[in-house]
Design a protein around this ligand. Sequence first.
Ligand code: DQA
Length: 146
Amino acid sequence: MVEKITVINGPNLNFLGIRELGIYGNETYKDLCEYIKNYCEKKNIEVQIFQSNSEGEIINFLQNAYYENVKGIVINPGAYTHYSYAIFDAIKSIILPTVEVHLSNIHEREDFRKVSVTAPACVKQIYGKGKDGYIEAIDFLTENKY
Ligand code: DQA
């Protein structure tokens, strides 16, 4: 059976390749999506990738995943990580195993980034590994490591 994974990226991740190059690197959001899609194609995993700058749209997408027989969710909530109890509640609500990913090392940046209000709703948090963090998260879910 082909497994389905949903990848959700939050605000400003569409600006990869433009935003803070010293932190996030030169690769664009399109490069990130292609990297994930190529990996999933090789592994015969069906992947759906969604990005939004809006909290409500992210919540709607999480809720849709509940109805779509998805194996798990990989989410980079961007700055919502640090204060969105609504996204925390949505992750809790849908029951699906969810891995939180951050490209940068949030524990070695500003103090406000050290707190994730969404991580306690997730089965794992991965940070500071760039785009490979997404691959590790996909493997973690598809290999039932939660
Ligand atoms: C980020 C880290 C967040 O603190 C920041 O607001 C982002 C990106 C990361 O991938 O490293 O937008 O989630």
